[in-house]
Design a protein around this ligand. Structure first.
Ligand code: HSE
Length: 311
């Protein structure tokens, strides 16, 4: 345990949930945005949010609804921490953007483990950070929080608190990421999904995720391209994002391996070879502009770093 008054800062990156092909199962980190938590150890046991700065400041500040505070409360209770904490939260991820807004809980867990002197295992860090995801979306899906914590492309499997496996990504593959100035809220974008899946769609999607992961391990871009698709969830959510099909088609026409919604949208990502990224970025942004939707666009490594401490 660090002394009262010790301050620790941690950053956790934004992420792409689902990666198109793996609903609630695959996610990867992004390298251009994230959330930062500054945590000061206090003698009194309360966990308090002092300030929120950055792109979003209108967030709940109670320990049930705030993702970071909820994660810290779970750590404090389960690990028997007698100290408390005061936090400032710097939001670099817009709300409802499909960029993994729960990064704040990954940053909070990283900061608290250091500040409170806890040797948490990866599985424990994920479990506590997922408490924050529960607050944000009402479900224990780890495909944002796990890449935000651990970096790179990860596979999450198992009920409740999943096991996480890092999947290698071919070195020449990058992610083009386009964020339109729109909001889609994960909780409602999950509630709208049908609970029924046809057998033929199940077969198609199962083949796709298996082929995608195999393609990543084999560095087989043709296989990755064949398999980066979603026949179950994407068709149900496509209507949430004006211009989605136009933007996706623009990416594919310019040589993307695949393109889909990032998480529940409205952001859209495409995987491609590095040399094609600038052209794909430009044409995806142009396609949104044709629809009258303004947007921001970036190119990110897929093997982006996960949560880390800062000076
Ligand atoms: N897997 C989640 C969903 C990610 O698509 O609902 C949300 O970012």
């Amino acid at each position: 345990m660090n002394a009262t008054g010790t301050t620790v800062t941690a950053f956790a990156p934004a992420s792409v949930g689902n990666v198109g092909v793996g609903f609630d199962a695959l996610g990867h980190a992004l390298d251009f945005a994230g959330d930062r938590v500054r945590l000061t150890v206090t003698e009194e046991p309360d966990i308090r949010l002092d300030a929120i700065t950055g792109l979003t400041t209108d967030l709940p500040s109670d320990t049930t609804s705030n993702t970071a505070l909820r994660a810290l409360t779970a750590i404090q209770q389960e690990c028997g921490v007698s100290a408390g904490a005061r936090l400032t939260l710097e939001k670099g991820i817009p709300l409802g953007s499909g960029m993994g807004g729960s990064a704040a809980s990954a940053a909070a867990v990283t900061a608290a483990a250091e500040a409170w002197g806890l040797a948490l295992s990866d599985h424990e860090r994920l479990r506590f950070a997922l408490e924050g995801e529960m607050a944000a979306s009402g479900a224990l899906h780890a495909d944002n929080v796990a890449p935000s914590l651990f970096g790179g492309l990860v596979l999450c499997e198992g009920e409740g608190y999943p096991h996480v496996t890092r999947i290698p990504v071919p070195t020449d593959v990058v992610c083009v990421f386009v964020h339109p100035d729109l909001e889609v809220y994960t909780r409602s974008a999950r509630n709208m999904l049908s609970a029924q899946v046809s057998l033929s769609d199940h077969v198609s999607q199962t083949q796709a995720i298996a082929g995608f992961v195999a393609g990543c391990f084999r560095s087989d871009l043709d296989q990755i391209g064949r398999c980066l698709k979603d026949v179950i969830v994407e068709p149900q959510r496509a209507g949430l994002v004006p211009g989605f099909r136009r933007v996706q088609a623009a990416a594919m026409a310019n040589g993307a391996l695949g393109a889909s919604l990032s998480g529940s949208g409205p952001s859209i990502f495409a995987w491609c070879e590095t040399g094609r990224a600038a052209g794909i970025q430009a044409c995806m942004a142009e396609a949104f502009h044709v629809e009258g939707v303004s947007c921001s666009a970036w190119v990110s490594a897929v093997n982006a770093a996960g949560a880390r401490l800062e000076d």
